[in-house]
Design a binder for this molecule. Structure first.
Ligand code: ZN
Length: 185
């Protein structure tokens, strides 16, 4: 499977499996972020999760997915899997992904300084105020962090990828981020 097919599969999981959950949770007042655990070989999902921080402030989309994944009676080894997150993980979720043993992270929306996808939120304040950094290292010895958007930019002639990306952007733009209760002073 080539890189373009891999991107297409991940965008398909976002469209068909993560977004419906995110839209449902967002309607309840949760954050629209979500994630999935995907097999590296077939690029099909093993587990999908969505934010539920109204129930518990640490139940972010990534935590929900990880907790559900390890409840499976039988599951593949995490080093055979891709962790797909719709938004850059916060410090808690990034550490949970590392602790879980996932080696390959893919992110749709990054929240760097120059990225308008998401305004500076508590996620960024946590990195800055707790650790004095702006985010995780892209290649940190635990996992590599990869950008779906940057990878698609390398496939300029793949209109199908661009169409899937634009659909995801459009649907996410309609969802309001949750304003975290834990805010920096
Ligand atoms: Zn998080």
């Amino acid at each position: 499977m080539n890189d373009a097919d891999k991107l297409k599969s991940m965008l398909g999981v976002i469209r068909d499996e993560i977004l419906p959950l995110a839209e449902s949770e967002s309607a309840k007042g949760n954050d629209p972020s979500g994630s999935a655990v995907i097999r590296s070989d077939t690029l099909t999902s093993v587990m999908v999760g969505a934010d539920n921080r109204l129930k518990n402030p640490v139940f972010h989309g990534e935590m929900d997915t990880i907790i559900r994944f390890f409840k499976l009676p039988v599951h593949p080894s995490t080093d055979e899997l891709i962790f797909l997150a719709t938004h850059s993980p916060c410090p808690m979720c990034a550490a949970a992904i590392a602790w879980s043993g996932f080696r390959e992270l893919w992110v749709l929306f990054e929240n760097g300084n120059d990225d308008p996808d998401r305004p500076v939120r508590t996620d960024r304040a946590m990195f800055r105020k707790l650790f004095g950094v702006d985010g995780t290292r892209k290649d940190n010895g635990f996992f590599t962090s990869n950008s779906i958007k940057k990878a698609i930019a390398a496939h300029k002639h793949r209109d199908d990828l661009q169409t899937l990306l634009e659909e995801a952007e459009r649907r996410y733009a309609a969802l309001k981020p949750h304003e975290a209760a834990a805010s920096a002073q």
